[in-house]
Design a protein around this ligand. Structure first.
Ligand code: PEP
Ligand code: MN
Length: 597
């Protein structure tokens, strides 16, 4: 717990003067919370900072009256398990700000957030010779105008930004509709140890709940879900849908309604809803905004917040459990982690197969492999671009060219991608191109690399080290989670023993042990485990039977020509045989996930 209740490090996306900062500081003033606000470069960084408990509070814009739902925000709240605290409606009062001496008629470029551009369409249309240039947030827009010093460049930003960056107002009330506003959610870490920042008892607000759900593609399935809410007397507040990509005509719905999950009528409705929905994620309940939107022209400038004297260094906080790996251990999340990678769910009861070559060798090789494994049942594409090879003279991988080819093959086949990162300086660029970052066996205890992937905002596939114990694997995963990234899958890939008959000794007994001790999904890589093509098939069956959540296997269009690990590469036909085998093996009935109880 932080030293004093009400003292917070509160984070927002952007720089000083962003609307998010104004909203956050308004909320903190209203609740009497002392603290510092800290701007972060992206929403991903914001959510990882919160889920690693390096900050206590954060704000995320979720809806704009003109631009609509900010779906990324809803998805991130669900993915990183943040708990909503309160909703704030904020009147966005856009002004055109320029440097001293600038005049409206001279403006040629207007910097603004894309949603602000959407909100000020008419005003911008009326500005002769000026074009709108999208940028990250309103604070950045104002800061860039001030830094550039040109009278030809202006920003659409709140009046508070004029005070912060010493800009002057060239036009006021620029939004197309005077009543436009945005909706923000104040969030905190769900599994955190920080204060809940509830409203004072006398000032309790009505509550609201947000959900994301998906339904079967059947006539009436959405109507059935909505009627379950209506029957419980629940008043829907907002409903929006998006296609569930990769799932035919199915759609995902975002819904907000009045009420709290703590109320029996809401809890009951959610129980019934769960049986009708294909997927259901309850983001949580929070204080609804009361009255008119806040903000607008009277919003005080941020300096009025009572600040704590110094910004503390932001270090992960150790939760008070008696285990060396509190975040990965099973009791933290008894129901298990379900990882979402695109539309693939790992750890959700469906056995998944990740396949692809050991190394990406050419465009043709990776595109063909992607196409073939996708059509034969793989749900994700693997491929190494940076290869950890025992000999410096062996093929080292195609490097960034390989990463580009893997990304192209992923797009062409519709498969999310996974590839190994070997060094810290590869992490952020790799995270832009692949969906899952792999930490190879040889790097399992490269602690700085683990911290770096923990901050990268991408799911991590963590392989067991060549001679690592199960506890060491869990401690390595703890490094990633401690940095705020809850999305880790563990992978048993064989360990070194005295036995030379197989490349390694595939330790299938690690699977039930890992599942008992940790809530993280567990994969098995029999390719590196045995290293011999013909022994991979039986071990795939065994991996499913023993309770793994999925497999990682190496497949090559022409194994004898493979530039790395040719002895263990499966042909496309081998791969099909394995997938067919697996369909005959049920997911074990023992609920291993609850075995500790
Ligand atoms: C790989 O998956 O390509 C790989 C190098 O595996 P490991 O780190 O398990 O040896
Ligand atoms: Mn390999």
């Amino acid at each position: 717990m932080r030293e004093a209740r009400g003292v917070a490090i509160a984070v927002y996306q952007g720089v000083d003067g962003a609307y998010s900062q104004l909203v956050l500081e308004h909320f903190m003033r209203e609740r009497g919370i002392t603290g510092n606000t800290l701007g972060l470069p992206s929403y991903r960084e914001l959510v990882t900072t919160l889920s690693s408990l390096r900050a206590d509070l954060g704000v995320i814009p979720i809806e704009n009256a003109i631009g609509g739902t900010v779906r990324e925000a809803y998805d991130l709240i669900g993915e990183f398990e943040l708990a909503p605290v309160a909703e704030v409606l904020w009147r966005t009062d856009h002004r055109l700000l320029g440097v001293r001496g600038a005049a409206l008629r001279d403006v040629r470029e207007v910097l603004a957030h894309p949603l602000v551009i959407a909100e000020c369409g008419k005003f911008l249309g009326g500005l002769e010779h000026a074009r709108a240039i999208p940028c990250e947030d309103t604070g950045v827009a104002a800061r860039e105008v001030a830094r550039g010093g040109s009278p030809e460049v202006a920003a659409l930003a709140p009046p508070a930004a004029a005070a912060i960056y010493d800009l002057v107002e060239l036009a006021s009330h620029c939004a197309d509709h005077p009543a436009t506003y945005s909706r923000f959610l104040i969030v905190r870490p769900k599994h955190g140890l920080t204060a809940e920042f509830a409203a004072p008892a006398g000032a309790r607000r009505p509550r609201k709940t947000s959900l994301i759900f998906g339904v079967e593609e059947r006539t009436g399935s959405l109507a059935r879900c909505l009627s379950l809410l209506a029957e419980a007397g629940i008043n829907g507040d907002k409903l929006e849908s998006k296609p569930f990509l990769g799932h035919g005509a199915e759609r995902i719905f975002y819904i907000d309604f009045d009420g709290d999950v703590g109320e029996e009528r809401v809890a009951g409705a959610l129980r019934s809803l769960r049986t009708h929905c294909k997927t259901l994620s309850v983001l949580g309940s929070y204080d609804a905004h009361a009255g008119e939107p806040a903000g607008g022209s009277d919003a005080p400038v941020p300096a009025s917040l009572e600040r704590i004297p110094e910004r503390r260094t932001i270090e992960p906080i150790v939760p008070p459990f008696e285990t060396p790996f509190p975040r990965v251990s099973r009791p933290t999340k008894p129901d298990g982690t379900v990882l979402r990678v695109g539309n693939v769910r790992i750890g959700d009861g469906e056995f998944v197969v990740i396949a692809g070559p050991c190394s990406i060798e050419s465009r043709e090789q990776i595109l063909q492999t992607a196409r073939e494994v996708a059509s034969r049942g793989a749900v994700m594409l693997r491929g190494g671009a940076f290869k950890p090879r025992t000999s410096p003279y062996a093929f080292q991988g195609l490097g960034w060219e390989g990463v580009t080819l893997l990304a192209e093959a992923g797009r062409a086949s519709g498969l999310p991608t996974v590839s190994e990162v070997m060094t810290i300086d590869q992490v952020s660029r790799m995270a832009e191109h692949v969906d899952v970052l792999q930490i190879g066996a040889r790097n399992m205890q490269n602690f700085d690399l683990l911290k770096a992937v923990g901050r990268a905002g991408r799911p991590v596939l963590l392989k067991r080290g060549l001679s690592a114990t199960i506890d060491e694997l869990l401690a390595a995963a703890e490094y990633v989670l401690a940095e705020g990234n809850p999305n880790v899958m563990l992978c048993e890939r064989g360990i070194r023993t005295f036995e030379p008959a197989t490349r390694n000794t595939l330790d299938l007994s690690a699977v039930p042990v890992l599942r008992e001790r940790s809530h993280l999904p567990v994969l098995v890589d029999p390719s590196h485990g045995v290293g011999v093509r013909r022994w991979i098939r039986p071990l795939c069956r065994a991996a499913k039977a023993v309770g793994a959540h999925g497999l990682l296997v190496e497949v090559h269009p022409n194994p004898s020509e493979a530039k790395s690990d040719k002895e263990q590469a499966l042909t496309f036909e081998d791969f099909s045989t394995i997938v067919a085998d697996l369909s005959r093996i049920p997911v074990p009935e023992t609920d291993l996930a609850r075995v500790h109880e």
